[in-house]
Write a protein that binds this ligand. Structure first.
Ligand SMILES: [Zn+2]
Length: 199
C-alpha cells in the first residue's frame, strides 16, 4: 500500500525500536512509543511518510507503564512540546502485548492514541522480546469513527516498509572486517618478528 497511510523506516531504526521496547518492558509489562515524522517535508501525493524518530511512552509520562499502558494528559503535553520544538508529527504508535496476540484489545480499539484518520497503531508480540519481524506485528489503520483496518503477517509490509540493509548483515560484515584486521595485524606482527630475527 502506498498512498496516505504507508510508512517507511530503516531496518536499523526498526531493530532499535523493537529492542528498546523490549528493554523498557523487561519481559513483564507492556511498553510503547509514538512514531514521529517530519512536518516540514513536502510529500508528493501517494508518497510514504518517513519515520524520523520515536517518543517512548515512559519518557513522556513516567507513570504510563502499569503492566498495561495508562498514558495520561501529562504525556500528551510532553508529546506536543516535543513535536512543536522539533517540527515533528505523530504518524503511528506501537505498543507491546504479552504472548503472540497482536489483535487490538477492546480498549485499544476504543481509545486510539491519536484520533486522526490515517493514524496507525502497531502491536508487537511477546513484549517485543527476541527478534521481531514485520510479519509478527499487528498493524491497525484508523479510519475514524471507531473503524479500523487490520493487517497481519504478509500484509504488514504493504503499509510499513523497511529500507536499507539488514542490521544482522551489517553486524556480520563488521565482524568479518575486524576478523580480517586481526589476521592482518598478526601477519604484520609476525613479519616484524621475522625481520628482527634475521637482523
Ligand atoms: Zn493493546
Amino acid at each position: 500500500m502506498n498512498g496516505p497511510f504507508a510508512l517507511q523506516m530503516s531496518r536499523s531504526q526498526f531493530a532499535a525500536l523493537t529492542a528498546e521496547l523490549a528493554r523498557r518492558g523487561d519481559g513483564r509489562r507492556e511498553s510503547g512509543a509514538f512514531l514521529l515524522s517530519s512536518t516540514n517535508v513536502e510529500r508528493p501525493p501517494g508518497h510514504k511518510r518517513t519515520v524520523v524518530g520515536f517518543a517512548f511512552y515512559d519518557d513522556l509520562d513516567p507513570a504510563s507503564l502499569t503492566g498495561g499502558i495508562t498514558f495520561g494528559a501529562i504525556g500528551y503535553s510532553a508529546l506536543s512540546a516535543v513535536c512543536r520544538a522539533q517540527d515533528l508529527c505523530v504518524v503511528a504508535d506501537i505498543h507491546t502485548h504479552p504472548g503472540s496476540w497482536v489483535q487490538q484489545s477492546a480498549i485499544d480499539a476504543r481509545h486510539p492514541m491519536s484520533a486522526i484518520p490515517g493514524h496507525i497503531a502497531i502491536i508487537a508480540p511477546n513484549y517485543s522480546q527476541g527478534s521481531i519481524r514485520l510479519r509478527d506485528l499487528g498493524l491497525h489503520v484508523f479510519h475514524g469513527d471507531k473503524t479500523w483496518e487490520s493487517r497481519y503477517r504478509n500484509e504488514v509490509k504493504e503499509v510499513l516498509h523497511l529500507t536499507g540493509s539488514y542490521p544482522f548483515l551489517r553486524m556480520a560484515i563488521s565482524a568479518l572486517r575486524s576478523a580480517f584486521r586481526a589476521v592482518h595485524r598478526s601477519i604484520k606482527e609476525r613479519g616484524t618478528l621475522d625481520v628482527n630475527a634475521r637482523s
